[in-house]
Design a protein around this ligand. Structure first.
Ligand code: AMP
Ligand code: MG
Length: 525
C-alpha cells in the first residue's frame, strides 16, 4: 500500500502541547495529537472504489490486512501523527464553547493527482474533545454516513466523501431515543475523506478565546491551502481584502450547497456551526433525513421536533445565521465590518435568485418569466395540501406535456400517500396549477424530449430514502451486507433510469411512517 503522505495541517498550525488523552479544555491550539483506540475484531464491510482510486490506491490494496488495520485505527502508519481537531460551535442557536473532534481522529493527508485529501476515522475512540462520551460510533449511524455521503456526491451535492466502512468488533452502549432504554449495538468506523474538515466552529473557538494569533494562523492557512486565488500574486500578502473575498466565497459555496439540499430534498438535521464546513461541503451526517412527503416544516431530528429550527424550509436562513457567526469570528482580524456585512446582506438576495433558478430547473424552465415566482409558490402550496412524495412527483413531472395536458392526474396521483382522502378542493388546486404550468411551458423553446432530459438531470430518480438505509442497517446487523452494496451501486447513478432498481423508485412503505431510524432520528449514534 503506497500512499503519498503529507502533513500540512499539523506542520502549519499550533498543536496542543499536552499529549495526554483526557477530556479537557485545550487552548492556543488547533488540534491535539491522539492515537486511535485498538479495536477488538475489525472487519471491513465496504470500500468505495472511487475514493480508493482518488487517494492513489488499487482495488487489491483494500484486500490487505494493512488496509483493514490502518482504516480501523489499529495500525498507525510510519511518519504519521494522528490528531483530533479543536473547534467550538453554536448549537441550536446558543454558543456551546469547546466541542472538537470527540470521536473523529484524523489519520494523515494524502496527496494524489494534484489533490490533498485528509483521511479521518469516525468512531475510533476517545480524544481530549470527547467530553463525557465514548468516542465511538455504531453500525447504524456509520452505514448512514457511509452511504449518504457517497450518494450526495453522485447527486452533485458538495460533500465530504467516504473511503471505507468497518465493524470494530466492539459493543457500544446507546440510548437511541434518550428515554432511559440504553442497549448494546455493534461498533463501527467510517473513514471519511475531505480536502479539509475545518468548520465555522474552528474559527469561532479561537475568536471566543481572543487567541487572535492562532486565529490569524488558521485563517491564513485556510486561504493558502484552499482559497489561494484570493491572495494577491504581486505582493503575496494576506490582507483585509483577501479576508473579505475569502468570506464572500465561503458564503457563496455554502449557499450553493444548501440550494442543492433543497433541490434533492435533503434535510441535514443539525446545522450547528460546528457542522458547517469552511469549504461549503455537506459534513457530519447524523440525524439527517430525506423528504418523502414534500413538507417545508419537516425535520428528521427528534431533538429538534419542538422548535424545528433545522426544518427543510429553514435551511437557507440557517446558513445565513451561521455565516453571521463566522463573520463575528473573522471580524477581529479585519477590524472593519463593511465587507463582511455586504456579503451577509447580499446573501438574502442571492439566495432568492439561486432558489428560483434551481426550482425553474426542476420544472424544466430555461427562460425567466415574471410569473415564475408565483408558479413556484403555488406549487409549494399544492405539494403540501396532502402528503405528496417529492422525489416521485418531480421525476414524473418531466412526462407532463402541454400537448396532452390530461396526463397531469396520473402524475400527481402516483405521488399521493393517501389517495383515498383526496377531496375536490385538492384536485381543483392541482388542476389550476397544471393549467398555469402548461401556459408557462408554452413560452419555452425546447422540445418535449429536451425538457425531459434537462429535468431528469436535476430531479433524481433514486435517493437514499430513510427506510432504505434502515432495511440495509437491519440486514447488516444480522451479518448480511448485500443491501449496503446494492444501494451503494444504485446511488452512483441517481439520475439514470436503472430499471433493474425500479422497486426503489417507490413511496415510503407504511410500516416506516413512524419508525425509529426512518422518520425519527437522534444524535445518539
Ligand atoms: P454532532 O452533533 O455529531 O456534530 O456532535 C457534536 C459534538 O459532540 C462534537 O464535538 C462531537 O465530536 C461530539 N460527539 C458526538 N458523539 C460523540 C461520541 N460518541 N463520543 C465523543 N464525542 C461525541
Ligand atoms: Mg459534528
Amino acid at each position: 500500500m503506497k500512499l503519498y503522505l503529507k502533513n500540512t495541517f499539523t506542520t502549519n498550525l499550533p498543536a496542543d502541547v499536552n499529549l495526554e488523552n483526557t477530556p479537557r479544555q485545550v487552548s492556543k491550539a488547533c488540534f491535539s495529537y491522539v492515537i486511535p483506540k485498538e479495536t477488538a475484531a475489525p472487519k471491513l464491510l465496504h470500500v468505495s472504489s472511487e475514493m480508493l482510486e482518488n487517494i492513489g490506491l488499487y482495488p487489491e490494496d483494500s484486500e490487505k490486512k494493512e488496509f483493514l488495520n490502518v482504516f480501523t485505527g489499529n495500525t498507525v502508519l510510519e511518519n504519521t501523527t494522528p490528531y483530533a481537531m479543536c473547534y467550538g460551535g453554536h448549537q441550536f442557536g446558543h454558543w456551546a464553547g469547546q466541542l472538537g473532534d470527540g470521536r473523529a481522529i484524523n489519520l494523515f493527508e494524502v496527496s494524489h493527482q494534484g489533490k490533498n485529501w485528509k483521511l479521518q476515522l469516525k468512531g475510533a475512540g476517545p480524544t481530549p474533545y470527547s467530553r463525557t462520551a465514548d468516542g465511538l460510533a455504531v453500525l447504524r449511524s456509520s452505514v448512514r454516513e457511509y452511504l449518504c455521503s457517497e450518494a450526495m456526491f453522485h447527486l452533485g451535492v458538495p460533500t465530504t466523501r467516504a473511503l471505507s466502512l468497518a465493524l470494530s468488533g466492539d459493543q457500544v452502549l446507546r440510548d437511541i431515543l434518550y428515554n432511559g432504554n440504553p442497549d448494546y449495538e455493534k461498533g463501527a468506523i467510517v473513514c471519511r475523506v475531505s480536502p479539509s474538515f475545518l468548520r465555522f466552529g474552528s474559527y469561532e473557538i479561537l475568536a471566543s478565546k481572543q487567541d487572535f494569533e492562532s486565529l490569524k494562523t488558521l485563517i491564513n492557512f485556510t486561504i493558502t491551502s484552499h482559497y489561494p486565488e484570493f491572495i494577491n500574486p504581486n505582493n503575496v500578502i494576506i490582507d483585509k481584502d483577501t479576508y473579505n473575498s475569502f468570506f464572500h466565497e465561503v458564503a457563496k459555496r455554502s449557499l450553493d450547497m444548501v440550494i442543492h439540499w433543497q433541490r434533492v430534498g435533503f434535510v441535514h438535521g443539525v446545522m450547528n456551526t460546528d457542522n458547517m464546513s469552511i469549504l461549503g461541503l455537506t459534513i457530519d451526517y447524523g440525524p439527517y433525513g430525506w423528504l418523502e412527503g414534500y413538507d417545508l416544516g419537516w425535520t428528521p431530528n427528534t431533538t429538534d421536533h419542538q422548535n424545528k429550527r433545522y426544518k427543510f424550509g429553514a435551511q437557507i436562513d440557517v446558513v445565513l445565521w451561521n455565516l453571521y457567526q463566522l463573520a463575528n469570528a473573522l471580524y477581529p482580524l479585519i477590524g472593519e465590518a463593511d465587507g463582511l456585512e455586504k456579503t451577509l446582506q447580499d446573501f438574502s438576495e442571492n439566495s432568492k435568485v439561486a432558489y428560483l433558478d434551481m426550482m425553474r430547473s426542476k420544472l424544466g424552465l430555461t427562460l425567466k418569466d415574471k410569473s415564475d415566482v408565483s408558479l413556484i409558490n403555488s406549487l409549494e402550496d399544492c405539494l403540501q395540501l396532502t402528503e405528496t412524495d417529492m422525489t416521485i412527483f418531480f421525476r414524473n413531472l418531466a412526462h407532463f406535456n402541454s400537448e396532452e395536458p390530461e396526463n397531469w392526474k396520473a402524475i400527481i396521483e402516483a405521488a399521493f400517500y393517501t389517495p383515498n382522502t383526496i377531496d375536490n378542493a385538492i384536485i381543483i388546486a392541482w388542476n389550476n396549477w397544471f393549467k398555469s404550468y402548461s401556459v408557462r411551458l408554452n413560452l419555452e423553446h425546447v422540445t418535449h424530449l429536451e425538457k425531459i432530459e434537462s429535468m431528469n438531470a436535476v430531479n433524481p430518480k433514486y435517493v437514499l430514502r430513510n427506510y432504505m438505509s434502515q432495511i440495509a442497517i437491519d440486514l447488516a446487523d444480522k451479518g448480511d451486507y448485500s443491501l449496503i452494496d446494492e444501494l451503494f451501486i444504485m446511488l452512483k447513478k441517481p439520475y439514470s433510469e436503472q430499471p433493474e432498481y425500479q422497486k426503489w423508485f417507490s413511496k415510503r412503505p407504511e410500516w416506516a411512517r413512524n419508525k425509529v431510524g426512518c422518520s425519527m432520528l437522534s444524535c445518539s449514534s
